[in-house]
Design a binder for this molecule. Structure first.
Ligand code: FPP
Length: 230
């Protein structure tokens, strides 16, 4: 079986999972974190190189303040709780997105976790926070303009986006039966395989990740050419 190097996930359906049980939306996100833990563990076992998780988009600020605050506080406690395990398992934390707009205590926790895990050489857990694909491209263009460069090609452009140095996602998974890309990895997803499942994120298990990888193996990735390239 061909294991994708980079899997990116749009973790959707926490709210619906909670509503179905007459729980608060934040209870759904809490349950979603359990899935995050399981999928990180599984990705490490399977030998994936990069796992990108869409945790907070540039559009998510439009949610009620209590939910936004709740999400950030869950993230903070998640990082605190997991740091030892990340160290033990050689996992490196990275983020993409403009984290400077996040609450200061959360930024501090993120920076500390990034620093502590910076020498690790195993799985890269890449969390998208205040991330938007369009924002990423615009920020890159502004950096390029500021640098005075007059001409740019694809290879050099990639040095200016958040994912500089990371491979493009081979497989993008979206849970909860939605078929949208939602401003996620707009540049990087040019040739990614897209997989959707009706399973809500809190119900998504290791088995479901393996199902997605099996389906990915059945796809014939041609990258615009004719050969079966794997
Ligand atoms: C989508 O469900 C989920 C989010 C916007 C947040 C995802 C965040 C987590 C799983 C927790 C924090 C993450 C980490 C990495 C610690 P939704 O609320 O849009 O669900 P709905 O569409 O059913 O309402």
């Amino acid at each position: 079986m061909d294991i994708p190097k980079h899997i990116a996930i749009i973790m959707d359906g926490n709210g619906r999972w909670a509503v179905k049980r007459s729980l608060s939306r934040i209870a759904g996100h809490k349950e979603g974190i359990k899935t995050v833990e399981e999928i990180i563990k599984a990705s490490n076992e399977i030998g994936i190189t990069v796992l990108t998780l869409y945790a907070f988009s540039t559009e998510n600020w439009a949610r009620p303040l209590a939910e936004v605050k709740g999400l950030f506080s869950l993230l903070k406690f998640f990082l605190r709780k997991k740091i030892k395990e990340f160290q033990k398992n050689n996992i490196k934390l990275k983020t993409i997105g403009n984290i400077s707009k996040l609450p200061a205590d959360v930024v501090k926790e993120i920076k500390s976790a990034i620093k502590i895990t910076s020498e690790n050489t195993g799985l890269i857990v890449n969390i998208a926070l205040n991330y938007g694909g369009r924002q990423e491209i615009i920020e890159a263009i502004n950096k390029i303009l500021e640098s005075g460069i007059k001409n740019i090609d694809e290879k050099n452009f990639e040095k200016y986006i958040y994912t500089a140095g990371l491979p493009d996602p081979d497989l993008i998974i979206r849970t909860s039966g939605e078929y949208r890309i939602s401003n996620f990895l707009m540049w990087q997803s040019a040739y990614s395989e897209f997989y959707t499942t009706n399973i809500l994120w809190p119900d998504f298990k290791k088995k479901d990740l393996l199902d997605a990888i099996s389906e990915y193996n059945r796809r014939n990735r041609r990258f615009g050419g004719l050969e079966h390239v794997k």
